[in-house]
Ligand binder design. Structure first.
Ligand SMILES: *Cc1c(COP(=O)(O)O)cnc(C)c1O
Length: 491
């Protein structure tokens, strides 16, 4: 299947590209994104057929339905990376927490957050494609904490790929930062930016669009790519676990095939939620996708009121930093799906020029047919963490906690809420929640204290971070990024 562009075609880029082209060169005309020309549909007996499928079998089947131009062998090898997860037989366990609340845990991979779900197989495929073509790529990643570690982990020592990873200095947890700055491989460069995640992301977008920078790379024989969730190569792996989680509820005997569920998604760049939306369109019985935000509540405003309004808004640093985002990139793909490329370009141009766009009443109704939204404050997040840890025997991280308010509002049918990070990545906030205090704990201190209090183990991969040597030391102004990256490419 081929891929087309959310903002239409500029007459220079090809009108359609293959999957491998779309993932190697993810920037489309007018700054738009690639989307599949059409979504495959699940046949009538799909769910019966896959009742006994393993995660990998299900994934293989769904990927094949997209008719991507990737060899079967390569797809299989990429999916084998799920064997590195805690339970190779089931990389995504789903836990029943309350009568209608099921938490689908997406964090059992090597970096303990949901980014591994897509980046592990995606990194393998991208590197293999680059090698086959004899091309060298630079992957630029902007991270608010979890994309970075997962990107570095997947590309570490992979052929034909170099990674430069930008993170907002002070905008990540100790554990997240250590996961990046201790990642030791010659093909990796980690750079702290003085600024927030949006600064890091827009610096990355500028570089991706900069002809001067691209020319310099060309001289060195290096092409640019991106591993952010704007890359469809990640989205495609984020469709699968929605089907898997649903099937898990069927396997538990808690729903019948065809019963509708809610999917509740802690959202930032909207990749996870978009995967749920695509799954729904492909035939997963989903009543609505519930978009959970933190105090950076632009998505709540969009879905409730039809306005994407950044005027006078500033990014707030919250205790769920992976969701501290104002420009949520993948919303564009939903706009395209519902309103077409002409309208999408109009809306996105308005957002870029005026920090604002507004949907018509009709358009808003269409959006609300699939989505509902709400946001949770830092104080509420702590209350949910505490209540669930102490009274319901379920320990969650601050991102996961943003789903609970939506569950409380939407519990008429089963609600699958996604847990996007392990508690270990945000231990100081979790300890603040348990202790009802706002002391500034160090990550290590908090990890030890929580493990003792709740009689649980700290995973080895987290514990050993604190003894690893730090190999990346740069923290720089954002206008020095290109210079710093070019220097790294020369080494
Ligand atoms: C990336 C991330 C999110 C947000 O996911 P999107 O797909 O960008 O909406 C939420 N929680 C955690 C822990 C994450 O790492």
């Amino acid at each position: 299947m081929n891929f087309i562009e959310t903002r239409g075609n500029d007459g220079i880029k090809p009108v359609e590209v293959s999957f491998s082209e779309a993932i190697l060169n993810p920037s489309a005309s007018y700054g738009g994104l690639y989307i599949p020309k059409e979504l495959p549909k699940c046949e009538d007996d799909f769910f019966e057929k896959h009742l006994n499928s393993s995660y990998k079998e299900l994934a293989y089947y769904l990927l094949k339905k997209f008719e991507i131009d990737i060899e079967n062998e390569l797809i299989k090898n990429a999916l084998n990376l799920y064997d590195k997860f805690d339970d190779p037989k089931n990389p995504v366990p789903v836990k029943k927490v309350e009568e209608n609340l099921y938490i689908s845990e997406l964090y059992h991979g090597p970096t303990r957050a949901f980014k591994d779900m897509a980046l592990q197989p995606f990194g393998y495929i991208l590197s293999a494609l680059a090698k086959k073509r004899g091309e060298n790529y630079l992957i630029l990643a902007a991270t608010s904490g979890d994309t970075g570690p997962a990107t570095l982990e997947t590309f570490k020592n992979k052929p034909n790929i170099k990674v430069a990873c930008l993170y907002p200095d002070g905008g990540t947890s100790d554990v997240q930062r250590l996961q990046m700055v201790t990642e030791d491989a010659d093909n990796l460069k980690v750079i702290g930016i003085i600024g927030d995640f949006d600064d890091a992301q827009s610096a990355l977008k500028n570089l991706l669009n900069s002809q001067i920078f691209k020319n310099k790379l060309k001289e060195k024989g290096i092409k640019l790519s991106a591993a952010n969730s704007v890359n469809f190569g990640r989205i495609i792996f984020q469709i699968i676990y929605h089907f898997h989680s649903y099937l898990e509820l069927v396997r538990m005997g808690d729903i019948k095939i065809g019963d509708e569920v809610y999917l509740t998604v802690p959202s930032g760049n909207f990749g996870n939620a978009l995967g749920g939306y695509y799954a729904k369109k492909m035939g997963l019985p989903v009543k609505k996708i519930l978009i959970a935000s933190n105090e950076n509540n632009v998505l709540t405003e969009l879905i409730k009121e039809g306005r994407y309004d950044l005027r006078g808004k500033f990014l707030k640093k919250t205790t769920s930093p992976a969701m501290d985002i104002l420009k949520s990139s993948n919303v564009e793909r939903v706009l395209f799906d519902k309103f077409g490329s002409k309208r999408t370009k109009e809306l996105m141009d308005s957002l870029n020029e005026n920090d604002y766009y507004e949907l018509t009443n009709e358009e808003l109704k269409e959006l609300q047919a699939d989505f509902e939204a709400d946001f949770t404050t830092d104080e509420e997040i702590k209350e949910y963490i505490r209540e669930y840890a102490l009274n319901k025997n379920y320990l969650m991280d601050p991102h996961t906690a943003t789903t609970i308010k939506l569950y409380e509002k939407y519990k008429d049918i089963k609600n699958i809420a996604y847990s996007t990070a392990e508690w270990t990545k945000f231990a100081p906030t979790v300890l603040n929640a348990l202790n009802k205090d706002s002391k500034k704990y160090r990550d290590l201190e908090a990890l030890i204290e929580i493990a003792k209090r709740l009689r649980i183990m700290i995973p080895v991969v987290i514990e050993e971070l604190f003894n690893k040597p730090i190999v990346h030391n740069s923290v720089i102004e954002k206008d020095r990024i290109d210079e710093e990256i070019l220097k790294f490419l020369d080494t």
